[in-house]
Design a protein. Structure first.
Length: 863
């Protein structure tokens, strides 16, 4: 459906409304703008009224005129330690003309000026933080225990409504076109339900979505508020309008206020749900009457929104991994079918796995050497030929897929029922070789909250822009689309294409060699492939091998030529006596066998095609064998399962044992600071700052672990000397009585820096915790013990109590510390996992009572 037709709502115009340059705020708060020296350059026009003083008493005066000296110094300290765009929460006490008022303040740092948002509060106005913490813990546990995304969103809606008291809470997810769908809802009986309804992208235009990435929440206590304007209108520092994009008090666009009024809503609050630094959805809160929301409740919403985001990420990531594991197992079976079949087409539609199921397609056309094969439900051959020509002319040689073929190729409209979705897998640049998969049309009826193409439009003046009046259910049919292709399905399609090309190459080599029969022709063709190729004479002796087979065997050619195949493959598993194989060739001309060859203490899984060249009287003249290494395919499912288990461990550790308590601690610390603001000594404030900095470092460390589990490695140039300095600062290692000895003049390397820092972070933390001996000064050493072209051997040593021999084999296991001390044993297990993932090894040398030395090898790209 096109919602931008003449006379209909123009979403593009809505997206051009300047939301951040309003120059006015909602009057439930106050605004002060200062230069970087805290000289006041702008105020909202309700500030003089509040303090009953003229605006001249504020403008061009320094902020220190109005707040306590200790608060001013604290503000300067926090500003000095923050980056541009960081927000600083603070409690400020303003004293003007013998009038003292207390405010919750939020400070926004711009490059050339500072914005201070203020909300009035009482001196000791706070909610019981113990009960608040208990609610956070309770809801966090509920969300973690949910079984799927729908249950998660519904639980979140119900419990957020209980905390906030809003009349309606909706959990709202965006699709690829930024249309929203309500996945969870909790409401009062007198409020309309929007559960499972869709909202068009124009309801939250692009610039509004961008602001959600900057604002923790958006509160409108009363849509009929009278705005307060900034005075003077021009910011003298930048000679322009002050950017209010990050301000919670920022005034609201008239079109949105009208939108809420049409929905019969007088107060609202929106909280973003962020996944992988992208806007995933919104928590939308509505109230039939004006409603004030306390600072504590808003802070709780921030915390719970973060927890909700983590649970959404965890569940969606798990679903992707489970699908990848399931389809990888099916792909392995399909590969075996194709390898054992006389042609790849027969293998694609075998008894155990059908490639239509693998790719979730309803039909396919396979064009190979002018032969046309239709499988499942496909359009007629004439249309498929036209479609193939279209792809060849526009996208030659490229994998291409779409779930809206009629939108990309108009001639496909009459065939939409069978071919609304398509994927092209070209087997060559020639039109003669294609696999084309089709998906049937998926006709959907979408239930919208109101007609997104309403008849109230524009009269040429932007002020005539209005939202729809009604939010009654409006049904719209969605045609000419199939189900969407997801990333796992495309990955399987790419793997399938590679496998088919490999099989075709093997087949072409065999046919060419059989046709030409001469060894030099075999050499010319076979040396160009990565497949292992060899020939046998009629007695089963090795006659010729290509370079790939030499690399597989690890032996020179002269040691193989003339030898019996039994001798060449003496260490192989799955090898059958050559005389039996020769007999089988006489009967069947060709066959396939899987052979496991041990190379450098590792099993290499090979699939060999054996074919005979006939001599006189149909006897064997020679035998040609072509082998494909499918070790990677064999290991893929196991690797994915291991990855899934590892992600489970990370998710368990982070979301349950670390992340949720940290969120609670962070929230409680903010409430405690707020409660005791006027009672804290300078020493106590420094302690609070240190705790906040430690929480930030811990959150960053946990985020790195999760990023490693979800995203993988990032290879970069690493200055090891700087890395160790950065690491010690990052860890904030300052245990009294410990000396750190860092080897100097370390080389530059190219590797995965984040993983390497995590390994050292865990080993150094372990040394700090256990490396202290009561009778001698503690020394922790770290550096490099040896270097090769591919690996660096690092060490971390301490002169502490050492590790008893009985624990040395178990110390790298998860939750096994080998010590009677409060610890989870996570660190060394994580270090071992990261080292092995990078292709290295880690080990421990220790004598009880004399200290411990951890060594590990780390693969590098270059020095």
């Amino acid at each position: 459906m096109d919602i931008n037709e003449v006379g209909q709502f123009d979403a593009e115009v809505c997206e051009n409304i300047p939301l951040h340059n309003t120059n006015k705020i909602q009057a439930y708060g106050f605004l002060i703008v200062t230069d970087n020296n805290f000289t006041i350059i702008q105020i909202s026009d309700n500030v003089p009224e509040l303090f009953e003083q003229p605006q001249s008493d504020f403008l061009l005066h320094n902020l220190n005129t109005f707040i306590q000296k200790e608060q001013y110094e604290e503000l300067i300290t926090k500003v000095d330690h923050k980056n541009i765009q960081d927000n600083i929460p603070l409690t400020l006490e303003f004293s003007i003309a013998e009038k003292t008022l207390y405010f919750n303040a939020l400070i926004h740092l711009k490059k050339e000026y500072i914005i201070i948002e203020l909300e009035k509060t009482k001196e000791h106005s706070f909610r019981n933080f113990t009960s608040l913490y208990q609610e956070i813990r309770y809801i966090s546990a509920l969300l973690k225990g949910s079984t799927d995304l729908d249950e998660l969103c519904q639980l979140a809606a119900v419990n957020l409504k209980n905390i906030s008291g809003f009349d309606r809470i909706m959990i709202y997810k965006f699709d690829d076109e930024w249309n929203g769908k309500v996945l969870g809802e909790a409401k009062e009986e007198y409020m309309d339900s929007y559960m499972h309804l869709h909202f068009p992208s124009s309801d939250i235009p692009k610039q509004a979505r961008q602001l959600y990435l900057k604002n923790a929440y958006r509160l409108i206590p009363d849509i009929k508020y009278k705005p307060s304007f900034l005075i003077p209108e021009v910011n003298s520092v930048v000679n322009g309008i002050t950017d209010l994009s990050e301000c919670n008090l920022r005034s609201v666009a008239e079109v949105h206020l009208e939108y809420l009024n049409n929905m019969d809503v007088q107060a609202s609050m929106s909280v973003p749900i962020i996944k992988d630094q992208q806007l995933w959805g919104i928590v939308a809160c509505h109230n039939k009457k004006p409603k004030k929301v306390s600072y504590e409740v808003r802070s709780t919403f921030e915390l719970l929104s973060s927890i909700l985001s983590e649970q959404i990420t965890s569940k969606e990531t798990r679903n992707i991994l489970e699908k990848r594991i399931r389809l990888s197992a099916s792909f392995e079976t399909l590969l075996e079918q194709m390898s054992s079949s006389q042609d790849f087409i027969g293998g694609l539609t075998g008894d155990h796995v059908n490639f239509l199921e693998l790719l979730n397609i309803t039909g396919a056309a396979i064009i190979y050497e002018n032969n046309y094969n239709a499988i499942g439900d496909v359009p007629d051959q004439a249309f498929v030929t036209m479609l193939m020509e279209w792809h060849h002319l526009n996208l030659s040689g490229r994998i291409y897929y779409t779930n809206n073929l009629p939108g990309a190729y108009e001639q496909a409209i009459p065939y939409a029922e069978l071919a609304s979705g398509v994927i092209f897998l070209p087997l060559s640049l020639d039109r003669k070789y294609y696999i084309i998969g089709f998906r049937k049309e998926y006709v959907r009826t979408i239930a919208w909250a109101g007609n997104p193409g309403h008849d109230k439009g524009l009269s040429g003046d932007i002020h005539a822009l209005h939202p729809r009046n009604s939010f009654s259910v409006f049904h719209d049919q969605f045609r000419f689309h199939s189900e969407k292709w997801d990333a796992v399905e495309i990955e399987m399609a790419e793997n399938l294409l590679k496998a088919v090309l490999e099989i075709i190459l093997k087949s072409q080599i065999i046919r060419r060699v059989i046709a030409e029969e001469e060894s030099y022709q075999l050499s010319f063709v076979a040396q160009k492939t990565s497949n292992a190729v060899f020939t046998l004479d009629k007695n089963g002796n090795v006659e010729w091998v290509n370079e790939a087979f030499l690399q597989l065997s690890g032996k020179p050619a002269h040691s193989l030529i003339g030898k019996k195949l039994e001798e060449v493959l003496e260490s192989a598993n799955g090898f059958k006596d050559i005389s039996d194989w020769m007999h089988e060739l006489t009967e069947h001309k060709s066959f396939k066998r899987d052979i496991i060859i041990n190379k450098e203490d590792k099993d290499v899984h090979m699939n060999f095609d054996f074919a005979m060249v006939e001599g006189e009287n149909h006897s064997i003249e020679k035998v040609i064998a072509i082998g494909t290494d499918f070790t990677t395919i064999k290991e893929k499912t196991t690797s994915l399962e291991a990855l899934n288990r590892q992600l489970d461990e990370y998710a368990y550790i982070v979301s349950h044992d670390l992340k949720a308590p940290l969120k609670g601690i962070e929230g409680l610390l903010g409430l405690l600071s707020y409660e005791l603001e006027d009672k804290l000594t300078d020493h106590n404030r420094k302690i609070m700052m240190l705790i906040n900095e430690s929480l930030l470092r811990m959150n960053n460390f946990i985020a790195n672990i999760l990023r490693k589990a979800r995203v993988g490695s990032k290879i970069e140039e690493v200055n090891l000397n700087k890395m160790f300095v950065e690491l010690l600062e990052w860890m904030s290692v300052s245990k009294e009585g410990i000396t750190f000895s860092i080897q100097q003049d370390l080389p530059m390397i190219i590797t995965d820096k984040i993983s390497l820092m995590q390994v050292f972070g865990n080993l150094l933390s372990n040394a700090v915790k256990y490396g202290v001996h009561e009778s001698r000064a503690a020394v922790i050493e770290t550096g490099i013990s040896s270097v090769t072209e591919s690996f660096v051997e690092f060490f971390v040593k301490d002169n502490g109590n050492g590790v008893p021999e009985k624990y040395q084999q178990k110390i790298f296991e998860l939750f096994n510390t080998g010590q009677e001390i409060d610890s989870t044993g996570i660190g060394l297990s994580t270090a071992k996992s990261l080292v092995e993932e990078n292709g290295g090894k880690i080990w421990l040398n220790s004598i009880e009572g004399e200290g411990a030395a951890f060594y590990f090898t780390w693969k590098i790209s270059s020095l």
